[in-house]
Design a protein around this ligand. Structure first.
Ligand SMILES: O=C(O)C(=O)C[C@]1(C(=O)O)C=C[C@@H](O)C=C1
Length: 353
């Protein structure tokens, strides 16, 4: 029975590899066309349209998550045939940002882990990497201010967003919780796994904050009585056994990441979001009048955040504003027309959250 099933699987795989090779032949031709007119290799809106179509047509076992897992790898291989891509991300290896980057660029891309958000921006700006992946907000903890400040400073563009459910794991070489005396992790992870720590530890245990959950795994692998609260990808990387998965208090814990690039322009789709920095006059009603334009045009705002303008010693602010729609959409163009000198466009990309 098993032999028979495996024979059938082999036959399907032979078909699949034939079809994938055929797909890559077409991809190579697309790559040549793109090289001729110097257009972007990475086209997130096209990838999304393919996944949407496959999900609608899939009347078998594969759901959207499975289709994405398979096809994002295929797209990553395709893009590498068209032009090898290098992706910088906020490291270290095994971080949630690494996991986000891999979820979009697959296992085959060339990755550079960097130790700060500013270094990721720098790597993209100096063309050391074609794309950079940085966190922008967590739905429990709020905004990563640094990312907004560097977006305002460097004028790089946002090519796409990634939304990743944040699952923490509890990993240790110890096979019994009684033997665990110290838990290493990031502050934010301790905050988000309070219930687990309260419910599972009846004896005193030391919580030691470290710079990353990968570092927590590294220490936990070497130290007796130690454990780490970490991203599952980090535990795997350090071969640290996972004792409990999904130990975070909230099942809805998600982080949103941005893919940044130089001068990246997506084509319009029907699900776009636009991010801008608005530098408005410092006078009564300035922000209200600006936002009123969006209400008048029926454009939904997704995020408004004020940040220091960092102009000398003054206490002035700029606004990071996100709204639904593509910058090139005539409706958006009309709405922001009176503000064209006050706005820096950061990107229009397919909206995932
Ligand atoms: O359609 C394109 O523009 C392609 O380059 C092909 C392809 C694909 O594999 O389907 C690859 C990369 C792009 O990000 C989108 C799609």
């Amino acid at each position: 029975m098993l032999d028979q099933l495996r024979k059938q699987i082999d036959a399907v795989d032979d078909e699949l590899i034939k079809l994938l090779n055929q797909r890559m032949e077409y991809v190579k031709q697309v790559g040549e066309l793109k090289r001729n007119d110097n257009s972007a290799i990475y086209r997130p809106e096209r990838e999304k349209a393919i996944v949407d179509r496959l999900e609608a047509n899939s009347n078998g076992i594969l759901n959207r998550a499975a289709i994405e897992a398979i096809f994002f790898e295929i797209f990553a291989v395709s893009r590498n045939y068209e032009l090898p891509e290098r992706i910088a991300y906020l490291g270290p290896e095994g971080s949630f940002t690494h996991q986000a980057a891999e979820s979009r660029y697959g296992a085959m891309s060339d990755y550079i882990p960097l130790d700060s958000i500013s270094s990721v921006f720098e790597a993209v700006k100096t063309s050391r990497a074609r794309f950079g992946v940085v966190p922008i907000e967590n739905n429990q903890e709020g905004t990563v201010q640094e990312t907004i400040d560097f977006l305002a400073l460097h004028k790089l563009t946002i090519a796409a967003e990634i939304v990743l459910p944040i699952h923490f794991a509890f990993a240790s070489k110890e096979d019994d919780l009684e033997k665990v005396t110290t838990v290493y992790s990031r502050d934010i992870a301790f905050r988000q796994c309070k219930n687990f720590l309260n419910d599972y530890f009846k004896h005193p245990v030391k919580l030691v904050p470290v710079s990353s959950t990968s570092r927590a795994c590294k220490i936990a692998r070497e130290e007796e009585g130690a454990a780490a609260i970490c991203a599952p990808i980090a535990a795997r990387q350090y071969e640290l056994p996972i004792l409990y998965n999904n130990i975070q208090d909230s099942a809805d814990n998600q982080t949103r990441f941005l893919i940044i690039s130089q001068n990246f322009v997506n084509q319009m789709s029907d699900q776009d979001k636009t991010s801008v920095i608005a530098n408005l006059p410092d006078e009564p009603g300035s922000l209200v009048r600006f936002l009123q334009q969006f209400q008048n045009a029926g454009i939904n705002l997704c995020k408004v955040e004020s940040r220091p303008a960092k102009e000398g010693t003054t206490f002035k602010y700029v606004f990071f504003v996100e709204f639904e729609g593509h910058f090139n959409d005539p409706k958006i163009q009309n709405t922001i027309k009176p503000y064209k000198d006050n706005i820096t466009w950061l990107g229009s990309y397919v909206q995932l959250c």
